[in-house]
Design a binder for this molecule. Structure first.
Ligand code: NIG
Ligand code: FE
Length: 389
């Protein structure tokens, strides 16, 4: 192990409220960090920094925890740009387009799927993302769902079995629910940490509350922890079900009533907001302000997928959260790092403190505020300590 002393940090966001300015972001000015290839060893003012094996001088940048993207669908083949064009001309999104990605994905080789996935993950890393969750959900047969999860496991431990993405076109609904909560789950569970369901009773393609409950309960019995796609296209039982079952996160949360907000505020389930989906489906954004004011824990994610949100950029999501959802720049950064780590129930990421993983994003800017203030500008990069060692 080589310890590196990183200096020249004008603004260090630690997400440790015990440090620096005492805000939730725990901002230390004129800071330094000592880390080895894996772990943060020391954090504090540069004037107090200990010696290390080597030194990296950043020359006046802001440093933030590497972004945690807790919701992606990175393993797929095919292209739905025509569907996007149609939506921009007024067509509505209802999940029906998922079938075309399923066909293209089933037809693709493992190598092809892996190459596409790695290219998207590399794209995310170039924009400051250091942790990715990846879902299956474009296979929808036992063999194809296992294949997608095995491929995703090649680059992350945060893999999610989403056999319950939609009911395949040729399948009987009840039989498919039995398959997803039976043989498909048994085959997929060894390759996944999480199980997820697209719970959207208003969509002919997705699952209602009872179906979602059956599948999530079976997933838990098979040793998986729970996440839910809920309340994306309209009101529904997804949020309440996620809180009742103790899911780590319920994602989208676009159409909430007061009882949904109260449930999130009173429970342990993180509300993960995916404003890239509202952007690309031209839909109203979720009420992040209402959730935060009620006391819910909010995370942000890209939802990177070919249908509703083909972006891998957490800085873009942060900019949308600030401009369109009433979050302050500080709340949006927290949600994209510490909040997102909470959505994955991880304490070792999303913060910069001794013992945490050495996942640091350097900004070509003096402050994290620039992430929203300078939208579309590639400011963030991951600090590669292994390369420098
Ligand atoms: O999170 N809503 C369900 N699943 C994805 C979209 C999948 C697709 O359209 O391909 C989402 O938005
Ligand atoms: Fe999604």
């Amino acid at each position: 192990m080589t310890a590196t002393l990183i200096t020249g940090i004008v603004e260090l966001v630690t997400n440790d409220p015990a440090r620096g300015d005492g805000s939730p972001l725990g901002i230390v000015r004129d800071a330094a960090v000592v880390a080895d290839e894996n772990t943060v060893l020391w954090v504090g003012p540069e004037t107090e920094a200990p010696a290390a094996d080597r030194r990296v001088a950043l020359g006046g940048c802001a440093v933030v925890p590497g972004f945690v993207d807790p919701h992606t669908h990175l393993v797929f083949a095919g292209d739905r740009s025509n569907e996007f064009t149609a939506r921009m001309a007024g067509e509505r999104y209802d999940g029906g387009g998922i079938a075309s990605t399923v066909s293209a994905t089933r037809a693709a080789s493992d190598d092809e799927l892996r190459r596409h996935m790695v290219a998207r993950a590399t794209e995310a890393r170039r924009q400051g993302t250091t942790t990715l969750e990846i879902k299956s959900g474009y296979g929808l047969t036992v063999t194809d769902e296992v294949r997608l999860l095995r491929i995703a496991r090649g680059i992350t431990d945060e893999t999610t079995f989403l056999g319950a993405h939609v009911v395949p076109a040729d399948a009987d609904r009840d039989e498919y629910v039995r398959l997803v909560s039976g043989a498909m789950l048994d085959a997929c569970a060894p390759h996944a940490r999480w199980i997820d369901v697209f719970c959207e009773p208003g969509s002919a393609h997705a699952f209602d509350g009872d179906e979602a409950r059956t599948i999530l309960r079976a997933g838990r019995a098979a040793g998986l922890d729970l996440r839910v796609h809920g309340n994306q296209l309209g009101p529904g039982p997804g949020v309440q079900l996620a809180v009742e079952l103790g899911a780590a996160s319920v994602d989208h949360c676009t159409h909430l009533d007061d009882a949904d907000v109260d449930a999130l505020a009173g429970g342990d389930t993180v509300a993960t907001l995916l404003p890239g989906a509202e952007f690309s489906t031209r839909s109203p954004y979720p009420d992040a302000r209402g959730l935060l004011d009620a006391g819910a824990t909010v995370a942000l994610a890209t939802d990177c997928n070919p249908g509703t949100s083909f972006t891998s950029s957490m800085p873009f999501v942060i900019a949308l959260a600030v401009r369109e959802m009433g979050m302050t720049p500080a709340e949006a950064l927290w949600a994209a790092t510490a909040g997102a780590a909470a959505a994955l129930r991880r304490a070792d990421i999303g913060r910069i403190a001794p013992g945490a993983r050495a996942d640091l994003a350097v900004l070509a800017a003096p402050s994290f505020i620039h992430l929203a203030y300078r939208p579309g500008v590639p400011l963030a990069r991951v600090l590669d300590l292994a390369e420098r060692a």
